[in-house]
Design a protein. Structure first.
Length: 151
């Protein structure tokens, strides 16, 4: 199957029934995409951006993504990754960090679509991403702090 991964043409042999998460981790070596509940699609740790939209990768058949553009945390520009890191460090939302890549990708998709979201819009966008370590207040603060840095 041919697709674009992090801005680069890619190809992978996809096994029957394989989910996008498995393909990304096992065939492409992408490690930021986490498996928290596969194949339920209920925790958001495996969120990636496909053609500009946030997608939970563990519940999606990989073959569905032929010809599509998939972006993971590794595909964000270095300045964007640094900006996100700075905002997360300043707000202090991470404890174990397992959920952070999925939250970051969901937030990246949100800010691409809506550069200046309200707190309620951030909370709604992140509703499908679970974090067992923190309340969501500091995560929301980190996303709101990132918004001006992306423009």
């Amino acid at each position: 199957m041919d697709f674009t991964l992090n801005g680069v043409p890619a190809s992978a042999d996809v096994r029957p029934g394989e989910h996008l998460l498995e393909m990304l981790r096992d065939r492409c070596g992408v490690r930021s995409v986490k498996d928290g509940c596969a194949p339920e699609g209920s925790c958001g740790a495996c969120t990636v951006i496909v053609d500009g939209k946030a997608v939970v990768s563990c519940a999606q058949p990989a073959e569905r993504f032929a010809g599509r553009a998939i972006t993971t945390q590794e595909g964000l520009p270095a300045a964007g990754r640094r900006m996100w890191a700075d905002c997360f460090v300043a707000a202090g939302p991470s404890q174990c960090g397992f959920c952070s890549p999925g939250i970051l990708m969901k937030a990246e998709a949100l800010l691409t679509e809506r550069p200046a979201p309200t707190e309620d819009e951030v909370r709604e966008a992140l509703a499908g991403n679970l974090c067992r370590c923190t309340g969501y207040t500091k995560i929301v603060e980190a996303v709101l702090a990132a918004a001006p840095g992306r423009s």
